[in-house]
Design a protein around this ligand. Structure first.
Ligand SMILES: Cc1cc2nc3c(=O)[nH]c(=O)nc-3n(C[C@H](O)[C@H](O)[C@H](O)COP(=O)(O)O)c2cc1C
Length: 351
């Protein structure tokens, strides 16, 4: 007879969430961020224990029209499974076609963007603008579900357009009815953009409106904020965006703190340096030169800020290293500055 350790079984259940037939590794997901979570960054987060990683937003129409930039966004570097592609758009037929192409490119899950506040996206009635028009949002979800075939579809949204138009519970209910299997809510309205604080408690209205897993997002940067967000919202998992900039391993570290055994132990400074240098190499390989050199700059600058926050660098040192790193166009020169930086950091740590 097989014995079940119920405590372990139940804590295992708690540690990950189901997206239809797909399971996350744990309950800390990396947020999609255009210009940040490209394939190399996602690979870094994934090998360091993130529960799920999602592509940058891909315009469904441009993907369907074969625009190279969108195909690049919808590609994965390593065999990261499940592979989640996020689509944005406003026209059902293009979103359906976009979902079909994403499936052909290997997507296991399709996520729909209804959270982007940018005028370019929201102004064209996609992204967060869809929160104002639940019927249109529903038609879009139905189209993506059709295009996705047997792949589960998820939805990422904000609370609504503004404080007077909190439509998230309604949109969530409609989306669930149309077959969406997980809903992430950034606890801000569109008109807040990134101002103010994310309202995790307001996310509870969505948790109570649907029975699919809800993920709480916005301003989660450490264990305390993650625990408070989970408690206030009643959500099944957290999603972290900016909190992972400069430290793609943070999602896995946070998962480990929330549920021991589900993520990775805190990386030592030496391990962080190795990961940062590997990210740099992966960015060069993925984007090629000179784009890769330019794209990697912001990641290196964020890493410096993290090391300052951890007490390894002063503000002046951050500025000096940044100036040296962003000045260089030749990847070999950047590599050699990174080598010097590694030496300086490890010396500081040993002191
Ligand atoms: C630079 C940047 C790019 C973003 N791009 C996307 C995107 O492509 N798709 C999306 O759904 N959200 C996008 N977001 C929103 C994040 O996924 C997340 O909802 C938001 O940043 C709040 O979470 P945080 O406080 O943990 O960063 C982006 C945010 C940032 C800062």
């Amino acid at each position: 007879m097989m014995l079940i350790n119920w405590a372990q079984f139940l804590s295992g259940q708690k540690m990950s969430i189901s997206i239809g037939s797909v399971r996350t590794r744990n309950r800390v997901l990396l947020a999609p961020m255009a210009g940040v979570t490209d394939a190399p960054f996602r690979a870094a987060a994934w090998r360091n224990g993130a529960g799920l990683v999602i592509t940058e937003m891909v315009a469904g129409e441009e993907l369907a029209r074969g625009r190279k930039e969108m195909e690049r966004r919808a590609r994965s570097l390593a065999r990261i499974r499940p592979f989640v592609v996020q689509l944005a758009g406003r026209e059902a037929r293009w979103m359906e076609e976009g979902a079909r192409i994403a499936r052909d490119l290997g997507a296991d899950v399709i996520d729909i963007n209804m959270g982007c506040p940018s005028r370019m996206v929201a102004g064209k009635l996609s992204g967060a603008a869809l929160m104002r028009d639940p019927e249109r949002a529903l038609r879009l979800v139905e189209a993506v579900v059709r295009g996705a075939g047997d792949a589960p579809v998820t939805l990422k949204m904000r609370l609504g357009w503004d404080a007077d138009e909190i439509t998230a519970p309604k949109v969530a209910r409609l989306a669930e009815g149309a077959g969406v299997r997980m809903i992430t809510v950034h606890g801000r309205t569109r008109n807040q953009f990134y101002r103010g604080r994310a309202d995790w408690k307001a996310v509870r209205q969505v948790v109570e409106a649907v029975s699919v897993p809800v993920v709480v997002n916005g301003d989660i940067v450490d264990e305390a904020s993650a625990r408070t967000a989970l408690k206030a919202s009643g959500a099944a998992a957290v999603m972290v965006g900016r909190g992972c900039q400069g430290r793609p391993w943070f999602a896995g570290e946070l998962a480990e703190r929330l549920d021991p055994g589900s993520g990775v132990a805190p990386l030592s400074l030496a391990e962080q340096i190795v990961e940062t240098r590997r990210l740099y190499e992966d960015m060069l390989a993925f984007h090629g030169s000179p784009q890769g050199v330019r794209i990697a700059r912001k990641h290196l600058a964020w890493a410096l800020e993290r090391w300052r926050d951890a007490g390894f660098l002063s503000d002046g040192e951050v500025a000096a290293w940044r100036a040296r790193l962003v000045r260089e166009d030749d990847p070999d020169r950047v590599r050699s500055v990174l080598g010097e930086l590694a030496g300086a950091l490890l010396e500081k740590e040993a002191a």
